[in-house]
Ligand binder design. Structure first.
Ligand SMILES: [Zn+2]
Length: 528
């Protein structure tokens, strides 16, 4: 085994023992301010990590399309979507070439993911390091470990956790055993009720905007039949199940027993499901967070009962935040006056005009604020792509709620330090899959029509501001106000386990939070 760096321990007496397990938690749709908002009631895992960990109060997913797949691609790669190649959920992990194991269904793989992640660097240092990645969602299980052929498992509608043939042709025995317990069925016929007394929730429970105007008041009854598998995914209890399958995996795979460090990545999806369905101002979201806090507390207790806590490193972040419904004005967010933008009528008008010229209509595509143009096809059909884009820009800019339209090719020339909109769009696309134009709405405006879910995906801080938290003896507890990005997490964790990134990263080591950094002398001498 070779040492990756010329390492000088700064304070040898405080050097913690080398970690045997890195636990990386991603809470899907967890806004950073939820920690402060609910802190007095967080006496479980979230509270413990927040109070005794190193918490960065100004941390961001510093890219424009703040969705699950791009967000998860940044957290353990140390690179923006521009370099991971994961730019939207719809161009995420679905892959017909790698079906689900033991199910006749479209599978998933990291085939679009570019480059390496933490587990790859750990395995370059010592191939005995292993990873288990678990989530309710395929993309959230797959992307944190990049292309590594390790163990990634996720939940499917039949109530089982599975994987795809990218990883294995069979399920591991421990996972089949877990599925055989049919735990999701134990929730059939039960109800999701608030955990705390009603007086603990200041939020109104009778907001008809929530949940499409149906079933928006507690208690939320779960079906008595097998459709409970689907309904369960909209409740906090799905997180409990995800944490249980993770513990079963740790036990069976003997992760964290040493001598080399392993990685356990867990992405918890219920905050996202509850946030979409009821919004960030709802009583349901409040209950989701206090329940997650309890589940996470129990998880940490079980984990520390199995493994030496001084050898465990924990990190926590989120893939994105969320915006309130434009119709809901809780006073918590300045979203008065926000509405909906729908340009599909205008877009369809142009698409049909293009089609009438005999041009393949996919030469002109608009999705998630991005205009994709096949310049060759349009030109060959006698349509000038430039004039078409000019018409688009003029018309769409005039629509209420539209803030600006940027030409993607020119983003690099903009002031990406001060212009955060340009910077976040610049961090978004590899050149070979980039759209021509990107449309940014005004803050708190939504794409689409009223009546849908609460949403995220914008460039603004309410969608980009996430917790970045580290916990364990390798870190100095405290609240840090330096501006950091989720891409800084992987290099920081690599430093803690003594692994070296094998490619150029967008992020860098968050030295200030480390109790005994593996710092090369040359960097120390530069006095950063
Ligand atoms: Zn979401």
């Amino acid at each position: 085994m070779t040492l990756p760096l010329a390492v000088v321990a700064q304070t040898p007496s405080k050097t913690p023992p080398p970690p045997t397990l890195v636990v990386f938690l991603t809470v899907d749709q967890m806004r950073s301010d939820y920690f402060q908002r609910f802190l007095p009631q967080l006496d479980g895992g979230l509270g413990r990590l927040y109070r005794h960990g190193a918490f960065f109060t100004r941390a961001y997913q510093d890219h424009a399309i703040t969705e699950t797949a791009p967000g998860h691609s940044t957290v353990l790669s140390g690179r923006f979507p521009r370099h991971t190649g994961i730019v939207t959920n719809s161009a995420g992990v679905l892959d017909v070439e790698t079906p689900l194991v033991a199910m006749n269904d479209t599978g998933a793989s990291p085939f679009r993911f570019r480059g390496s992640t933490l587990i790859d660097w750990m395995r370059v240092k010592d191939w005995r390091s292993r990873a288990l990645s678990v989530s309710r969602k395929d993309r959230a299980a797959i992307l944190p470990i990049g292309r590594a052929h390790q163990t990634a498992v996720w939940f499917v509608a039949n109530g089982n956790f599975t994987t795809s043939t990218y990883y294995s042709d069979t399920l591991p025995t421990w996972l089949s055993d877990f599925n055989a317990k049919r735990l999701p069925l134990s929730f059939a016929g039960t109800s999701w009720k608030p955990l705390l007394p009603d007086s603990a929730y200041p939020e109104p429970d009778t907001v008809a905007t929530e949940s499409g105007g149906k079933d928006y008041v507690f208690p939320h009854k779960l079906p008595r039949d097998s459709t409970v598998m689907r309904a369960l995914q909209q409740t906090p209890m799905m997180d409990q199940l995800t944490l249980e399958v993770a513990l079963a995996g740790v036990r069976a795979m003997k992760l964290g027993e040493g001598p080399v460090p392993d990685l356990l990545a867990i992405s918890l999806s219920s905050t996202d499901a509850v946030g979409h369905r009821y919004g960030p101002d709802s009583k349901e979201l409040h209950d989701q967070i206090v329940r997650l806090d309890q589940y996470l507390g129990a998880f940490l207790d079980s984990l520390y009962a199995m493994r030496d806590s001084s050898r465990v490193v924990i990190a926590l972040t989120a893939d994105h935040g969320v915006a309130p419904y434009p119709e809901v004005h809780s006073g918590r967010y300045p979203n008065k006056g926000a509405g909906y933008v729908n340009v599909s009528g205008f877009f369809e008008y142009i698409r049909q005009a293009v089609g009438r010229k005999g041009i393949d209509t996919t030469a002109w595509r608009f999705s998630e604020g991005c205009l994709y143009v096949d310049r060759d096809k349009l030109s060959a059909g006698g349509v000038s792509p430039d004039s078409l884009e000019r018409v688009f820009t003029t018309e769409v800019k005039a629509v209420p709620g539209v803030a600006r339209i940027d030409v993607v090719k020119t983003l690099a020339q903009k002031d990406t330090i001060h212009d955060f909109v340009a910077r976040r769009w610049f961090h978004m696309f590899p050149d070979d899959v980039a759209p021509e134009l990107v449309v940014t709405l005004k803050p708190y405006w939504y794409w689409g029509e009223p009546g849908g879910s609460a949403s995220h995906g914008s460039v603004y801080d309410y969608d980009a501001w996430v917790p970045v938290l580290f916990y364990g003896p390798a870190f100095k507890p405290g609240k840090y106000t330096t501006v950091v990005r989720t891409v800084d997490m992987a290099p920081t964790l690599a430093n803690v386990v003594g692994a070296k990134p094998t490619e150029k990263l967008d992020g860098h080591v968050l030295w200030e939070a480390l109790s005994a950094p593996h710092r090369p002398t040359v960097v120390a001498a530069a006095g950063r």
